[in-house]
Design a protein around this ligand. Sequence first.
Ligand code: ATP
Length: 365
Amino acid sequence: KQKIAVMTSGGDSPGMNGVVRAVVRMAIHMGCDAYCVYEGYEGLVQGGSYIKKTEWDDVRGYLGIGGTYIGTARCMAFYERPGRLTGAKNMILNGINALIICGGDGSLTGADKFRAEWPSLVEELVSTGQLTKEQVEPYKKLNIVGLVGSIDNDLSGTDATIGAYTALANICEAVDKIESTATSHSRAFVIEVMGRHCGWLALMAGVAIGADFIFIPEKPREDNWQQEMCDVVKKHRDWGKRKTIVIIAEGAMDRHGSKITPDMVKDLLADKKGLALDTRISSLGHLQRGGPAGAYDRMLATLQGVEAVKAVLDAAQAVKEGKPQPETCVITINENKITRQPLMAAVAATQQVAKAIEAQDFDKA
Ligand code: ATP
C-alpha cells in the first residue's frame, strides 16, 4: 500500500491548503494512506507529531482558507546531509514511500537533492545501526513529486504557479482602494509589489489597473528613465488625470544593475522643480499573499494535487513492473493543460533566469 505524504515548504501562497486537500483526498480515493508533514522540511527532520496520518474529513473546508494550515518553514538542517538523513529515517519509521512537496524553487531543489541522495541515506541508516536491513528493504527508492506554490509566478515551464493569480487580484483590489483616495486628493502613489527576480506581478497588475508607469527587473531602465517617467506622467496629467499610479517590483533596477527604489521614484514625482506631485509610497507587502485563494488557484491546486498523486502512482507502478523509475517531475500547467515536467530542468532554468537578471545578461534571461 502506498503511503503518500504531502508537505508545504518555503514562502506560503494562497492555494497551498487546496493542494493539501486535493492530495489527501485523491490519495485516499486511490486506496492509499495519506499523511501530512507539518512545518515543511523542519517537520520531516523533527519527526514525531510533525508527521500525521490524515483522513478525508481532516481537510474539510481547506479550499477556502488562505496560507497553509499544515505550516511552512525555512529549515536550515535540511541544507545539510545529517538533516536529510534524519528526514529519511523519519519517513521510513512512518512507513512513507512517497512525498509530494508544494513550494518554490528552493524547496524543489531540496526535494531533488533528497531523492538523488536517497539510496546512500538508506545505506548510511543501516551502516550506522539506526535502522535494520529489514526495516529499509521496502524503501529502497523514494518517489517524489513537486508542485509549485509561489505568488511570484517565477517557475520556468509552467504558465502559472499556485497563488500567483490570487496575489494579482489582491494587488488590484488594493490599488483600486488607493486610487479612490489618490483621485480625491489628486495625488501620486508609488506602489511596491513583490518580485525580486520576476516582474510578473508588477507587469500584470500594471496592465490590470492601467498604471501610468511600471518598473520590473526584466526591463532595466535606461539612463534617462527619470525623464522618461516624468514625461509620461506629465502627458497623462495634461490629459486631465487626477491620479498617478506607478508600480515598482522589489527587484526593479537600471541598466547598470543599480536598484531603483520607491523613494527614488517618489522624490522625482514630488520634486518641486518638476511635476511637484503630492506623492505617497504604499508597499503592499504581505497583503499580497494573504487571504483566501481565488477561483483560479483553487482550481489549479485541486487539479494539480490530483495529478501529483497520479504521478506518484505511475512511478510506483513502473518500479513494480521492473521498469526504470521515471525522472522526478513537477506538475505544471501549459496552455490550460495540466502537465508534468522534469523537476530539475524546470528548477535549473528558473535559477538560470534569476542569475542572468542579477548579472544583467538579458539575452539569457
Ligand atoms: P520561496 O519561493 O517562497 O522563496 P522556496 O521554496 O524557494 O520558496 P527556500 O527558502 O529557498 O524557499 O526553501 C525552503 C526550504 O527548502 C529551505 O528552508 C530548506 O529547508 C529547503 N532547501 C532549499 N534549498 C535547498 C537545497 N539546495 N538543498 C537542500 N534543501 C534545500
